[in-house]
Design a protein around this ligand. Structure first.
Ligand code: UDX
Length: 430
């Protein structure tokens, strides 16, 4: 959001207590991998449109402030709103002597009621000002995907603005009208609480779609000649279903789905409603990652002393993010059972070293990873893995056992080439 606003000519100041992050941004470097982000950060800092500082007082002059801090999960799945409260307090203190009317926009994913009952009163308390009169608050969740963050910021499917004050909603809409120009999508103007819940419902629905197709995959795996890919194609052509988010695999991970579904479940249980479906979606996903080791065990018998190659570690392609990646429970389970694990990921090796330390071996590339292994598990569908030929697997590996966790390979071709292929959602060979 910051670099895209800067690109459109706005003066943007990023405020964060993390000084390493501030220094990186000030040098014009992106703090993590995201397609095109590097160029955007570089040009935004070069033109002077983007500044980064740990000093919150510089917020006092802003016309608009986004709260975009993390909302992590606690052990019990509930959401920790500590950073949101801190940010609101900081905004309030910065506004004590401000003369302009600031619009405060909550972008962080927060539970229904947060903007009204936490953000607004905290700013009022710390600033001594009155919400609605001296400053306003809007809830404006984002729906961007990692790996497509810039695209989704520039071309969102819709814009959701929640507020208790129509003039605040209008002000934010005017800003987005200028920002998106002819590409302005539908703007939904609603209450704070609806805006906050739309974000959770959106992620819960997408995760449900994936867990649904993974459940169908489990059925297909028991039916000779069945293949979930064909089933997904067949149902996806129904207009009412649609083809997206029907890729069966080892399950969903990342910084949003696991945390947001856990928070939604916890929130609704606290509010007195037990959403059985959400619980099933989460449970289905947990079991899905276990399929990787179940398939490998069926093929290998035991893991003791077996060399296992893991292709892909990030929670999905085009990111170096390992947060709640399914690779983590899979590798931990293999290690616990005595396997010798080696891994390769085009972007996530640095982060992987931080997580797995010297418990696994880190390969130089995908082919090096396969060398003399007894089994290969494809965990993340990076495009470069799609091009590995079955003969390459057969030539490099000690035993040609491949677990296709993301349905990348053609089972007929692989099996013809002598590979023992097990794949999510693929029925047994008749
Ligand atoms: C998600 C939402 O898509 C986005 O709108 C929200 O703002 C943040 O959360 P992101 O976490 O970047 O975005 O990843 P996404 O592309 O949605 O994928 C989430 C997980 O689902 C990944 O682990 C992915 O591998 C998995 N997935 C997705 C599948 O297993 N099958 C699919 O068909 C789609």
């Amino acid at each position: 959001m910051a670099v895209c606003l800067a690109k459109h000519g706005y003066e943007v100041t990023g405020i964060d207590p993390n000084t390493a992050l501030i220094q990186k941004l000030s040098r014009g470097e992106a703090p993590f991998y995201e397609p095109n982000l590097g160029e955007y950060v570089k040009s935004a800092t070069e033109t002077g449109k983007l500044r980064a500082t740990p000093n919150y007082e510089s917020n006092s002059k802003a016309d608009l402030t986004y709260i975009a801090v993390g909302t992590p999960s606690r052990e019990d799945g509930s959401i920790d709103l500590g950073y949101v409260k801190e940010a609101a307090g900081m905004i309030g203190r910065s506004l004590r002597n401000a003369s302009q009317h600031q619009l405060v926009v909550v972008k962080s994913t927060v539970l229904p009621g947060t903007a009204r009952s936490l953000v607004k009163p905290t700013i009022e308390k710390e600033s001594g000002k009155i919400g609605g009169k001296d400053f306003s608050v809007c809830s404006n969740p984002e729906f961007l995907r990692e790996g497509r963050a810039i695209h989704d910021t520039e071309l969102p499917d819709r814009i959701i603005i929640g507020s208790d004050q129509p003039s605040a909603t209008e002000r934010l809409e005017t800003i987005y009208r200028a920002f998106h120009g002819g590409n302005l999508p539908t703007v939904i103007k609603t209450s704070f609480e609806n805006a906050e819940l739309i974000k959770y419902a959106n992620n819960a629905f997408l995760a449900t779609k994936v867990s649904f197709i993974n459940s169908i995959a489990g059925i297909a795996e028991r039916v000779p000649n069945a293949d979930v890919k064909s089933i997904a194609q067949g149902i996806g052509l129904d207009d009412r279903i649609g083809p997206k988010f029907l890729n069966a695999g080892l399950g969903w991970g990342g910084s949003c789905f696991p945390k947001d579904l856990a928070a939604l479940l916890h929130f609704s249980q606290t509010a007195g409603s037990d959403p059985e479906l959400i619980r099933a979606v989460i449970d289905t996903n947990r079991r899905q990652a276990e399929k990787a080791t179940e398939f490998a065990k069926q093929a290998l018998g035991s893991f003791e002393g077996k060399r296992i190659a893991i292709l892909g570690l990030s929670f999905k392609p085009e990111t170096d993010d390992l947060r709640d990646a399914v690779s983590i429970p899979i590798i931990n389970s293999l290690l616990k059972n005595g396997a010798d694990v080696r891994a390769w990921d085009p972007r996530a090796m640095t982060e992987a070293r931080r997580i797995f330390g010297d418990h696994i071996k880190y390969s130089a590339d995908a082919l090096d990873c396969l060398n003399q292994t007894d089994c290969c598990i494809l965990v993340t569908e990076w495009p470069e893995f799609k091009n590995i030929r079955p003969e390459t697997f057969a030539g490099k590996m000690r035993q040609p056992i491949v677990i296709d966790g993301r349905r990348v390979y053609d089972p007929v071709e692989f099996r013809k080439a002598g590979i023992r292929l097990q794949a999510i959602g693929l029925g047994p060979e008749p």
